[in-house]
Design a binder for this molecule. Structure first.
Ligand SMILES: Cc1cc2nc3c(=O)[nH]c(=O)nc-3n(C[C@H](O)[C@H](O)[C@H](O)COP(=O)(O)O)c2cc1C
Length: 376
């Protein structure tokens, strides 16, 4: 759907109380670190089928993971990945209403390139583009680029300047000089501007105190990785983030990643989960991931690491949505009450279980008042 018309509101900022997205399906294995036979093989036709299914069901977002290298082990989890801007451009052209995101590693892509790629996809999609800005934590992939590996908090100073320059490129009506701590340039210019202009939403998944502050102060949405120790501390994490944004006169919505296993009974759901996590889980890949994540990010304290070993195999550290359609909707109502505005879903079998979610869970979300009915 190529357009140059004035944009409407980006679907990711739409009215539903609990918005829905699908994540990580540009990567082999998706979000499940397992050798189970149903693990996502990741082909373009399957990506299109899934994106169109979510689009027709009224979901709000399609999020790719920015990944350049796999994690080894028998699954070599995420070793095959579609590049996120070209992926988003392709999906923008074959979907109608859903927001398409690209995930950009700020230290690996110059703002001039990213600003123009984002503007291009914004035009292809008719104003449905969202940029997910990440600073990087997987040191191994930075080594492939020979890129500078900055100290943790310095990465966010870099990202703030990166975003400042990108937004100037999206809005400046005349060429400008830029003289920052990280970027210097003469007569900088980019056109066309995004259809959404400076309203183009930016997300960030910083989870450390510094990362969350950066996100709340500079971005429109934050992907929160809930520590899942208890509900009160998860609520405090979300409230804290929104409070920082409000103090700066901004609004920040909070999204989480949820891995879903929905079956007619709780026992069947848990059995299906345990089968792909315990029977088929790839311990080597997850150890490789967590050893680097533990060292290079400041997201998870050592006390929650053991529980997260399971969550990472089950769904890349996401929040478990495991049970019957009814119990999962109860979970979503509770999450909404905690301040969560959207959930990015992943499944072991994206196409089969995604269809099941649309058929069995979505109508219950509507009855629970989490979403308005969508004509499908
Ligand atoms: C839902 C979600 C999606 C993420 N997507 C990516 C990604 O695509 N690529 C990436 O390198 N990091 C990704 N991250 C990692 C974060 O950007 C961040 O580096 C990490 O959570 C560590 O946080 P910290 O930098 O605040 O310590 C993601 C994190 C979450 C919770």
């Amino acid at each position: 759907m190529s357009q140059s018309a004035a944009p409407k509101i980006n679907p990711i900022l739409g009215p539903n109380v609990m918005k829905l997205g699908v994540m990580a399906f540009n990567c082999s294995g998706g979000s499940t670190v397992t050798t189970a036979p149903e693990a996502w093989p990741m082909t373009w036709p399957d990506n299109v089928a899934l994106a169109q299914m979510a689009d027709r069901a009224g979901f709000e977002a399609l999020l790719p993971v920015g990944r350049w290298k796999g994690y080894g082990g028998a699954s070599n989890f995420n070793n095959r990945t579609f590049e996120t801007f070209t992926w988003a451009a392709g999906l923008a052209a074959v979907t109608e209403q859903i927001a398409v995101l690209s995930t950009v590693h700020a230290p690996l892509v110059h703002p001039l390139i990213a600003a123009k790629q984002a503007a291009t996809i914004d035009h292809i999609s008719g104003g449905r583009f969202v940029l997910n800005l990440v600073c990087g934590w997987f040191k191994n992939e930075f080594e492939m680029f020979g890129a500078e590996w900055r100290e943790h908090d310095r990465r966010y100073e870099y990202a703030a300047e990166w975003l400042d320059l990108t937004r100037r490129l999206w809005s400046a009506e005349e060429p400008f000089d830029f003289d920052g701590a990280f970027f210097k340039g003469r007569d900088l210019w980019s056109a066309p501007k995004p259809l959404q202009g400076l309203d183009l939403p930016v997300m960030n998944a910083g989870s450390s105190p510094t990362g969350q502050r950066f996100s709340a102060e500079n971005c429109d949405m934050n992907f929160v990785m809930l520590r899942q120790k208890d509900q009160a501390s998860d609520m405090a994490q979300i409230a804290g983030l929104k409070a920082i944004a409000e103090a700066r006169g901004r609004r920040s919505s909070c999204w989480i990643h949820g891995y879903a296993v929905v079956r007619p009974t709780q026992a069947e759901a848990e059995q299906a989960l345990n089968r792909y996590v315990i029977e088929y889980g790839d311990d080597i890949a997850v150890e490789n991931m967590l050893s680097i994540f533990g060292m290079e990010s400041q997201t998870l304290e050592p006390s929650v690491m053991d529980a997260f070993r399971f969550h990472f195999k089950a769904g890349h550290g996401g929040y478990p949505l495991v049970g019957t359609p009814e119990s999962v909707v109860d979970d979503l109502v509770r999450l909404s009450g905690m301040g969560v505005d959207g959930v990015l879903l992943s499944w072991l079998d994206y196409l089969g279980e995604g269809r099941q979610w649309i058929d069995d869970v979505l109508p219950l979300m509507e009855s629970a008042g989490l979403r308005a009915p969508y004509s499908r």
